[in-house]
Design a protein around this ligand. Structure first.
Ligand code: SAM
Length: 268
């Protein structure tokens, strides 16, 4: 299964290569992305071009970031794509997406992501949220559930809080394993992330928020008071009107931002 050949390419498991082959799913994703020339269009992991070809067909230029050198070579010599693509060979986790921004143009970023790096990749992309208009990603369904979770649910965690701090999160489509070659072992889903132009809950220092949220979710079964005892006092929780006997997954995004802002004030 892991080394199944598709279009003459042997799929590499270590690069999370599950190629989309379902034309109905491909059309739905391209429709959701709504490619246009008013944005810098960016694809992560173009692979054999399942999304790349229909998207490039609709626009003048598409920037792609692909780790697999063999796939990059195929794209470089692709009869139709080669003139439309700006290809960056490398690791999307290390890639400076900020360098792609053009005056007056935000980015639309999309991809059927390698599932083995999807969570760190989300955190990396949040750093560029202000320069991005929309993101559409195929992910493991479990990650989509985490991104869109509500407080008080099992899926609600560090990824949820940070995603919903930066973006409006909209699940788009569920996709079965049979839509890929080779078929992944898990269900998949497409998510739309819309970074806020004006954040509903502005945070004074996002590094402080990130640290606080990581610390709060260190031990999910412990109370907020216990997990955050080195950062916030009982008096702080009283001032914020937050019940510190709750567990981290019961605390809303605006409550996390309020705690981070209080920490910033204490440091000043
Ligand atoms: N877009 C294609 C499709 O839908 O059929 C391929 C999707 S496949 C799930 C993931 C793609 O991401 C592969 O082309 C793989 O080589 C590439 N990839 C894996 N790790 C990567 C990384 N760290 N940075 C950039 N691309 C990566």
């Amino acid at each position: 299964m892991s080394n199944k050949v598709h279009l003459g390419h042997t799929a590499r498991k270590r690069f999370g290569q599950n190629f989309l082959t379902d034309q109905g799913v491909i059309s739905s994703i391209v429709g959701a992305i709504a490619p246009d020339n008013n944005h810098v269009m960016v694809e992560i992991g173009p692979g054999l071009g399942a999304l790349t070809e229909p998207v490039a067909d609709m626009i003048d230029n598409l920037t792609v970031v692909e780790l697999d050198r063999d796939l990059v070579k195929r794209l470089q010599y692709h009869p139709i794509l080669k003139d439309k693509l700006t290809i960056h060979q490398g690791d999307a986790l290390q890639f400076d997406f900020g360098q792609l921004q053009q005056p007056g143009k935000k980015m639309k970023v999309f991809g059927n992501l390698p599932y083995n790096i999807s969570t760190p990749l989300m955190f990396h992309l949040f750093e560029f949220a202000e320069q991005i208009e929309t993101m559409h990603f195929m992910l493991q369904k479990e990650v989509v559930l985490r991104l869109s979770a509500s407080p008080g649910t099992k899926a609600y965690g560090r990824l949820t809080v940070m995603a919903q701090y930066y973006c409006q999160v909209v699940p788009v489509l569920e996709v079965p394993p049979t839509s890929f070659t080779p078929a992944p072992k898990v269900d998949s889903a497409v998510i739309r992330l819309l970074p806020y132009e004006v954040k509903p809950w502005p945070c004074k220092n996002v590094d402080v928020l990130r640290h606080l949220v990581t610390t709060a979710f260190n031990m999910r079964r412990k109370t907020l008071r216990n997990n955050l005892k080195t950062l916030l006092s009982d008096d702080d929780f009283t001032t914020l009107e937050i019940d510190s006997s709750l567990r981290p997954e019961q605390i809303s995004v605006p409550q996390y931002v309020a705690m981070a802002n209080m920490l910033c004030d204490k440091k000043d």
